[in-house]
Design a protein around this ligand. Structure first.
Ligand code: BGC
Length: 824
């Protein structure tokens, strides 16, 4: 048995109930294309769910639910290129449910981007067979994927039949809750043999009319003198080849399948079918493609290096492996192929159909990882938002506001894609969904944009590519949304939802949303400040162009200043920042009683609704909301922001606020543990590591009980890496300086990170005492690097060492001493 290492996820044994999780975790992708780790011989049957998705390929379907017309846009499940079935001696196609499985193992090699599968089985006639498969989705050649199968008849000789093709009969049916709704997005246009060993299927999406071509080339390698018969294999909506051959005991038969997926959204093609055919004609064999692919992953990992070295008590292998697995899935979901794709960051990756492939605020948790490694990719993903600025302007106008209102859920064209109704599987009821009231999405877009400019200094993105317009139009929207109340002389933002999706309205109220969500209001103030700073930053000629284009005059800028100085933020008398106005008047939930009764309270909203109650009526949060403020801002920044509004944030108010929400949060979103890990790192360090463990294991351990099968949680995966980089190493880009403020457990040893700052590749080595940063050699001037108050110029080819102030503090050691993570 192979020992698990830091790069390999090993999934042993055959467990149909766990297959969905494994398929999502074993998804292979390259940012353009993602294919779930379904067994090649499987089809969607309740246990297996083969899914292949291309970034940005969406389609809309309509339904009527309880008399209400609803339209949903979904990332489309594309024709299944994996489709490869095997039958022994004219028997049924291999299905693990109907043979005796002796051995079954999948190994995901995240260093090379390869999924291995080994299965040994005995069929009904007592014959023993072995199947070894390897597959990849090519890192560089974005359209290509490969599957290699080695079959050994261990103790029998006879006929083997192999069917290999492309299945266009697939639907979107991967999420049980959505199965009541339409899911047939594809019409197969043509399915034909294009050569002796190749087939091509072309399908079109029913509404968006994208054409998708999937070609497959299947070749077999057999011992000399083994005849192979090949015939076309056609059925409605599918095309392939059927191969029949005589196998001899102990001899291996090898079948290699190379697939090409091309869509009409792709650049530099004449037509998807032609492109797929040409790609297959020129593609080398499996081994050569695989070698290229693994070399490419090697280069990618060097650029994204995160190593933990020389610790006296290093973190457990599993923690490092899970962290790498998280990074691996991020790198598989977004890549340099996104530079010309016009795709956003799907919250559940290219790994499954939860949330229909929509783009949420989760990019707030993903972009920090990209900005410091792949700035061009971060920029491309921000351009997804820039291109949808007009849609956001239209949405603001339709809501009676100025500026730009970005949608809570975004898909193809930037209209609001949030569902209008959602199903509570516990009660079976369809309920109105008002989660699109989460206006804070626009603030996240502005925040991401600013962080990108901070890390890259890319002012051209602001002036020439629309970045500044997005920031200013978001600022304009929120300034307009804020209403002045002469009674208290303050501005209020009413009828919105914060990140906590449990709280949708005041108890008993018909009006959706709550008032003065602290997170939204404070972030609005920050965005208004950045908007003004941005105008100061630009060369006067560019500034004048921009203010003229946007018709942004001194009166409006004065109004922004006023809103930024007089925004209301609800704060309880004991200093705890209130989630929203009136939050503290809500009754407390008896958490202990509910925990005793239901155990897991992550979906407390569904539990209470099924009981005929509403989670709106309690001080209960699904996820971090107020605490997001501590996630985005340092205590000093937050103190300044609140101070500017005339509110105090005494030191004791911070732990009090954290404790208040910690006791009242159900962590119904994986983002919650992430934010808590981060926030607690500054206050309660031991607890922080518990939350970090949860974040890293969110999907590997399917901590939300069944949701991983529907796609990984990309925000949490990226967030796990980000906690290491921005929280443990304390990396921050602010005021033209790359800062480090480490909270790194000394016993773990040296944390080595490869970063890119202001165009310069850097290597940072962080311990609990020292930060050492080296810059790659090359032309150009220095970048500025700081620890605490010490700021140093770092020239190309040089290294600076900076001492961590207060090193060897007790708090730092406490990190390493936590039971479980570090051996005593
Ligand atoms: C969370 C949101 C998140 C979404 C997509 C929801 O469960 O509450 O904050 O954006 O999932 O990941």
């Amino acid at each position: 048995m192979t020992e698990p290492d830091m790069w390999t996820l090993v999934l042993d044994g055959w467990d149909p109930a766990d297959e969905g999780r494994r398929e999502a975790l074993c998804t292979l992708g390259n940012g353009y294309l993602g294919t779930r780790g379904a067994l090649p011989e499987s089809s969607a049957d309740g246990v297996h769910y083969p899914g292949t998705y291309a970034a940005g390929v969406f389609n809309r379907l309509s339904d009527v639910i309880d008399g209400v017309a609803v339209e949903n846009e979904s990332m489309v499940n594309l024709p299944n290129w994996l489709d490869l079935r095997i039958a022994v001696e004219d028997g049924a196609w291999l299905d693990l449910a109907s043979v005796r499985v002796l051995e079954h193992r999948e190994q995901l090699d995240t260093a090379r981007g390869v999924l291995h599968r080994t299965t040994r089985f005995v069929d009904g006639a007592g014959r023993h067979s072995r199947l070894d498969q390897r597959r990849f989705v090519h890192r560089e050649r974005r359209h290509l994927a490969g599957l290699h199968t080695a079959f050994v008849a261990e103790d029998w000789s006879g006929r083997l039949t192999v069917a290999s093709g492309v299945d266009g009969t697939v639907t979107n049916s991967g999420v049980a809750r959505y199965r009541h709704l339409s899911g047939r997005h594809l019409e197969v246009l043509t399915a034909e043999e294009t050569g002796d060993d190749t087939v091509l299927l072309i399908a079109a999406t029913t509404q968006s009319r994208h054409r998708i071509a999937v070609g497959a080339r299947t070749r077999v390698t057999v011992p000399v003198d083994t005849p192979v018969a090949r015939v076309p294999d056609r059925a409605e909506g599918r095309i392939g080849h059927r191969l029949t051959l005589e196998v001899r005991a102990g001899e291996a038969v090898e079948i290699e399948k190379i697939a090409a997926v091309v869509t009409s959204r792709d650049v530099a093609i004449a037509e998807p079918g032609l492109a797929a055919t040409a790609l297959l004609a020129e593609a080398p064999g499996f081994e050569e493609l695989l070698a290229e692919h693994t070399r490419s992953w090697g280069r990618l990992w060097r650029r994204c290096r995160i190593e933990v070295l020389d610790g006296t008590s290093p973190p457990p292998v599993e923690t490092v492996r899970d962290l790498r697995l998280a990074g691996f899935h991020v790198l598989q979901t977004v890549s340099r192929h996104d530079l010309d794709l016009d795709a956003g960051i799907p919250a559940r990756g290219l790994h499954g159909e939860a949330y229909r492939g929509h783009v949420f605020w989760d990019e707030l948790f993903v972009l920090p990882v990209l900005v410091l490694r792949f700035p061009a990719l971060a920029r491309a993903l921000l351009l997804y938002r820039v291109r949808r600025l007009d849609a956001a302007r239209r949405a603001a106008r339709a809501a009676g506001h100025r500026g730009a209102m970005f949608p809570w859920q975004s898909g193809s064209d930037g209209r609001e894609e949030s569902q209008r109704l959602h199903l509570n599987p516990l009660s079976g009821r369809w309920l109105p969904d008002v989660s699109d009231r989460q206006r804070h999405i626009g603030l996240a877009v502005a925040h991401n944009l600013w962080q990108y400019v901070q890390a890259t200094g890319d002012l051209a993105f602001l002036t020439d590519e629309g970045g500044a317009e997005v920031l200013l139009e978001v600022a304009r929207f929120f300034a307009d949304l804020a209403e002045h109340d002469p009674a208290d002389g303050r501005f209020h933002i009413r009828g919105v939802m914060g990140p906590d999706e449990y709280t949708t309205r005041y108890p008993g109220s018909d009006r959706p949303g709550i008032d003065d969500n602290a997170y939204t209001n404070v972030l609005t103030v920050w965005v208004l400040q950045r908007a003004r700073e941005l105008l100061d930053l630009l060369p006067p000629s560019r500034r004048d162009e921009l203010t003229a284009t946007l018709d942004l005059g001194p009166a409006e800028l004065r109004h922004w200043r006023e809103v930024g100085e007089r925004m209301a933020v609800p704060i309880h008398p004991d200093g705890v920042i209130s989630q929203f106005a009136g939050y503290r008047d809500l009754p407390e939930l008896d958490w202990d009683a509910y925990r005793r009764r239901y155990g897991d309270l992550q979906r407390l909203d569904r539990i209470l609704e099924a009981e005929g109650r509403s989670v709106d009526d309690y001080q209960a949060s699904k996820q971090a909301d107020v605490l997001m403020l501590f996630y985005l801002f340092s205590a000093d920044e937050l103190r300044d922001l609140l101070g500017g509004l005339g509110y105090a944030l005494p030191p004791e108010a911070i732990p009090r606020t954290i404790d208040h929400y910690l006791a009242r949060t159900a962590h119904g979103s994986t983002l919650s543990a992430l934010v808590h890990a981060w926030v607690l790192a500054r206050a309660h360090r031991e607890e922080a590591l518990d939350h970090f463990d949860r974040v890293v294991r969110s999907d590997v351990a399917d901590l939300q009980g069944g949701t991983t099968a529907e796609g990984v949680h990309l925000g949490a995966m990226a967030g796990a890496v980000d906690v290491v980089q921005r929280c443990f190493a304390g990396v921050e880009t602010r005021g033209d300086v790359l800062r480090f403020n480490p909270h790194w457990p000394g016993r773990f040893g040296v944390l080595e990170l490869a970063l890119q700052y202001r165009g310069r590749p850097l290597t940072a080595r962080v311990t609990d005492r020292e930060v050492c940063v080296s810059a790659d050699a090359g032309p150009g001037g220095p970048v500025r690097v700081a620890v605490g108050d010490e700021i140093r110029d770092l020239w190309p080819g040089e290294t600076v060492r900076l001492r961590v102030p207060g090193a060897s503090g007790v708090g730092r050691r406490a990190w390493g001493q936590r039971e479980g993570l570090v051996a005593p």
